[in-house]
Design a protein around this ligand. Structure first.
Ligand SMILES: [Zn+2]
Length: 190
């Protein structure tokens, strides 16, 4: 069977406006032309899968159910724009640093899914039969770019959100783009 190609997307700062850690669904606000960009992916041969670190759960800022309600809100906002949809969403609710008084210990673990680890990418690739070597990741942090390198994806850094200024990893993206819309255009016009 022919394998699928996929554009993996980071969530906060890439699809929706960066507002620090998001733990209330009211704080989901789409970036300019993000819905248009994902519509273009929907109309292309690529799948569109979100991979997002959400340590809000481990930090007890919200429950895992509330974390998923935030994703549902995102899907709702996208769908209101011309029926735009995501093929799948993966979140890592974990965080490795224990010892904070308010933490949810169940999720305070060293997991295999927190980006730049590639657990979410591998799960998505199995579930959707994805050829990672023909796939991309688009994100606003060096963590996303590092995830791309670790998983063998081409990586595009966008200038929205943190715009690579987190500087956690010393890693260069394969491409840079103003925002998600330009990044998707770049991929589809190659
Ligand atoms: Zn995890």
């Amino acid at each position: 069977m022919k394998k699928n190609k996929c554009i993996f997307l980071d969530r906060d700062g890439t699809i929706n406006v960066y507002k620090g850690l998001i733990y209330r669904k009211e704080d989901i606000e789409l970036e300019k032309d993000a819905a248009k960009a994902i519509k273009m992916i929907n109309n292309s041969e690529y799948l569109c899968v979100v991979v997002s670190n959400q340590p809000t759960v481990a930090r007890n800022l919200c429950s895992i159910e509330q974390a998923w309600e935030i994703n549902e809100r995102l899907e709702e906002l996208l769908f209101e724009e011309n029926g735009v949809y995501l093929d799948d969403i993966f979140i890592c609710p974990h965080h490795p640093d224990r010892g904070y008084p308010e933490e949810n210990v169940e999720y305070k673990i060293e997991c295999g899914c927190r980006k730049p680890k590639i657990g979410m990418i591998i799960d998505a690739a199995r579930k959707h039969n994805i050829d990672l070597s023909k796939s991309y990741i688009i994100g606003d942090t060096t963590i996303d770019i590092m995830t791309g390198k670790n998983a063998g994806l081409s990586a595009i850094l966008v200038e929205t959100g943190l715009a690579g200024n987190d500087k956690i990893y010393d890693v260069k993206p394969d491409f840079r783009a103003t925002n998600l819309f330009y990044a998707v255009n770049m991929i589809l016009n190659r």
